[in-house]
Design a binder for this molecule. Structure first.
Ligand code: FMN
Length: 313
């Protein structure tokens, strides 16, 4: 019987729930489900300092230690990787998995599906995951991102409330629920049906198109705009902060500075810049924007995808 490995980390359980629903149409007997855990547990809820303190290592994709995990086989016909972005990068446990030879050796020559449980910014993280899969010799055949569909600012407020209190409830009773909606979590089985059919037929070449045909995955222009710029800035901050590593107090000060920078950039600068961009520039770059959205919704890997002015895709 053909076997499928499904592997992921989930801190709050949201990604586990998405994957549980995604797997409903599959045959249980073919599935091996593995949860990975970091050796040093990340707090949940986070304190504000801890939440921002994982930025440098996440962005620079430092390898942390994972608890040992057991795999029943060395050969799976399909591998499904679930992950969440942290600071526009794969979460630290995910990076550790993607750098773990025990795992990457399984990917060679195999179809791989990625499932993302994000706030709304998963484009850069997925570029990185694509690269890891490609390097290991795997073939990405589908990517299914699940996001919070509220506006960027609302979802930023609600996710901070969720992450810093541990409550997936309505902040002040005014804001909507944080994270991926119940409807989308339950709806994950629709994607599962399509992937399971491809798996049974061993035919993946039109899989991503079929997934996109559901019209449930789209990228908003403001998110594309931010993602194409912010990762470069995060990398600058990350390198400065990593250099302060030997001095805990200095690092703590820089993390605080980054936190205020991020809050100002997100809640003040981005809305102003985006208003100007949407009024004056976006209408004239409609085709280029659509080409970029199409690229990020796909599974191809273009080395220059992150470049702002690359006209080749
Ligand atoms: C430290 C941290 C950074 C995050 N950064 C991002 C991000 O850059 N983009 C994004 O869409 N979501 C981001 N999120 C949200 C996560 O991707 C994820 O949706 C949420 O943490 C729930 O995942 P879980 O299943 O692991 O609990 C971040 C979460 C944490 C804890």
């Amino acid at each position: 019987m053909k076997k499928i490995l499904v592997i992921n980390y989930s801190q709050s359980g949201q990604l586990n729930e998405i994957i549980d629903n995604f797997l409903i149409p599959f045959n249980d007997k073919q599935i091996e489900r593995v949860n990975i855990f970091p050796k040093k547990v990340f707090p949940f809820p986070w304190s504000s300092q801890e939440f921002f303190d994982v930025m440098p290592e996440s962005v620079l994709e430092k390898k942390i230690e994972l608890e040992p995990y057991h795999l029943k086989s060395e050969n799976y016909e399909l591998i499904i990787i679930g992950y969440q972005p942290w600071y526009l990068s794969p979460s630290l446990p995910t990076t550790a998995l993607l750098k773990d030879e025990k795992f990457t050796s399984l990917l060679k020559g195999k179809p791989v599906v990625t499932i993302t449980g994000a706030r709304n910014m998963w484009l850069n993280a997925q570029e990185s995951v694509k690269e890891h899969i490609q390097k290991a010799g795997g073939e990405l055949v589908a990517n299914i991102p699940f996001i919070d569909r509220n506006t960027n600012l609302i979802s930023a407020v609600t996710i901070l409330y969720w992450m810093l209190t541990g409550e997936k409830g309505k902040y002040l009773n005014i804001f909507p629920y944080p994270g991926v909606s119940e409807k989308d979590i339950k709806g994950a089985s629709k994607f599962g049906e399509i992937v399971f059919e491809a798996f049974q037929n061993d035919s993946y070449h039109k899989l991503q198109n079929k997934i996109l045909d559901l019209k449930l995955i789209n990228i908003k222009t403001d998110i594309l705009f931010i993602e194409l710029r912010a990762k470069r800035l995060f990398k600058i901050w990350a390198r400065i902060i990593i250099n302060k590593d030997s001095n805990y107090k200095k690092r703590a000060i820089w993390i605080k500075l980054f936190k205020y920078y991020l809050l100002v950039a997100l809640f003040i600068v981005a809305p102003i810049v985006l208003t100007v961009y949407n009024l004056l520039i976006a209408p004239f770059t409609f085709n280029a924007i659509n080409r970029k959205k199409e690229y990020f919704c796909g599974i191809r890997k273009n080395k220059n995808a992150g470049r702002l002015h690359n006209k080749n895709f």
